[in-house]
Write a protein that binds this ligand. Structure first.
Ligand SMILES: Nc1ncnc2c1ncn2[C@@H]1O[C@H](COP(=O)(O)OP(=O)(O)OP(=O)(O)O)[C@@H](O)[C@H]1O
Ligand SMILES: [Mg+2]
Length: 428
């Protein structure tokens, strides 16, 4: 009678998945040998699907990786020394991936620039020049760039991986509350100020390029990539091929006209972003991008005070100034803009007496992190002395009307003196 031997684990090695993993190159040799040994010993399942699930569970591979490998897709899973872990999103300039340096244990974000852009040699040369400057940036409100390279025509930039969401994602759920917006914009302005000081103009400040970390810090993204969007000749951005529709809505008038831009252009874009994210409306509304673009070149924005009249006057003034048509009418530096914004949320001087009429400062929401410290004159805090309860009414009267209290005290003294004098005369 024929007997069937129980197959040994090695007979059932899922040869289909292991070679795929190997050829993708996302594991080091050592990691791969370790996986293989576990399959051979039976510690890991041999069915491809089950093995994939187990490798995800043991953090050897990610879901994104196994999904691709099960479909026999290995191409492009390693870029330079970086193994692709996950896809983070895509924009007008390319795709962004979460990646892992194969040797150093560092998780990064890797942006692969779209081939249409990466094949334009002049744009690429400009990009490299800009990357030299970007490499110097080091600021808590700027996403750090680690590396930029071109491999087999693939142009990529490696940057700090930021756990969080872009403000575009946050705003998609609901408009951003003004106090939060002021805090975020002040932080963005601090990051921009640092970049401007190094001679870098962002050129594409917009909600999707402002990342909000899990602990409510803002990090400006894509610094230095603005040069990739610019047309090759001096023609205006509006006529450049591949224009990003989303970008138009935050662009300064001078940038839309194709003129030279400086940091004040970024401030205009920051103002547009604030306006849009607080109100859900665009400062230059229109049926299509061309109409909206035309309005910003020739017209004025719909005043924020009309769209949201209940905003504090100080905030309306700042947004108006950011959105000034002429750069000379805007804040002249991002530092100035950040200081004006921070002044709105910095705790005001406590006063003993009720303060005179003044601009209501927006309350800071508890979910918002304190704004980053800036050089500012120390706030004067008047400490209220502790009086016994029976003395409180008198004390508060004295504090509110010191002059009246003085006259009352002099009057009381005069009366007491007169009474005492009269009494003395009578007794004599
Ligand atoms: N350094 C990073 N860390 C974490 N996530 C990132 C990082 N860079 C980009 N992302 C994510 O990738 C998504 C796509 O970014 P990308 O910059 O390509 O898109 P975009 O800003 O919408 O378009 P554009 O190409 O015009 O900048 C972003 O929404 C963001 O969530
Ligand atoms: Mg971006």
């Amino acid at each position: 009678m024929a007997t069937f031997e129980k197959p040994k684990p090695s007979d059932k090695i899922p040869l289909d998945l292991l070679p795929v993993i190997r050829s993708a190159g996302v594991l080091t040799d050592r990691q791969f040998q370790d996986v293989k040994a576990k399959v051979l010993s039976g510690e890991y399942p041999n069915d491809s699907q089950e093995l994939a699930a187990r490798l995800v569970r043991d953090n050897v591979l990610t879901e994104y990786q196994t999904k691709r490998f099960l479909n026999n897709k290995t191409h492009g899973m390693v870029v330079g020394r970086y193994a692709i872990l996950d896809r983070l999103g895509s924009g007008s300039m390319g795709r962004v991936y979460k990646a892992h340096h194969l040797m150093m244990d560092r998780v990064v974000a890797l942006k692969i620039i779209a081939p249409e852009i990466a094949t334009n040699e002049r744009v690429v040369a400009r990009f490299y020049r800009e990357m030299k400057l970007v490499g110097r940036l080091d600021h808590p409100n700027v996403v750090r760039a680690y590396d930029a390279d071109q491999l087999n025509k693939i142009l990529y930039i490696v940057m700090e991986y930021v756990r969080g969401r872009s403000l575009a994602q946050v705003f998609r759920q609901s408009p951003i509350a003004p106090p939060d917006m002021v805090n975020y914009a002040a932080q963005a302005a601090l990051g921009l100020a640092h970049a401007h000081e190094q001679g870098i103009v962002h050129r594409d400040v917009k909600p999707s390029n402002l990342l909000l970390t899990d602990d409510f810090k803002i990090k400006v993204l894509d610094l230095g990539l603005g040069v990739l969007m610019e047309a090759d000749d001096a023609s205006s951005f509006a006529t450049a091929d591949g224009i990003a529709v989303g970008t138009v809505d935050y662009m300064s008038p001078e940038q839309a006209c194709g003129r030279d831009v400086d940091g004040r252009s970024d401030l205009f874009s920051l103002g547009c972003s604030m306006y849009h994210m607080m109100t859900g409306r665009l400062p230059y509304p229109g049926e299509n991008p061309i109409e909206r673009l035309g309005k910003r070149i020739s017209g004025r924005p719909v005043p924020l005070s009309e769209v949201q009249p209940n905003l504090p006057a100080g905030l309306l003034k700042i947004v108006d100034k950011l959105l000034a048509h002429r750069p000379s009418d805007r804040f002249q530096t991002a530092t100035e803009a950040s200081e004006a914004l921070l002044a709105l949320i910095r705790p005001k001087t406590k006063r003993v007496a009720p303060p005179p009429e003044r601009e209501p400062a927006p309350a800071q929401s508890p979910a918002v992190a304190a704004p980053p410290p800036v050089a500012a004159p120390p706030a004067v805090i008047t400490v209220r002395p502790k009086y016994p309860n029976w003395f409180q009414p008198l004390a508060s009267f004295v504090e509110r009307k010191p002059r009246g209290a003085l006259f009352a005290a002099i009057g009381a003294l005069a009366i007491a003196f007169t009474c005492g004098f009269g009494l003395a005369l009578l007794v004599r």
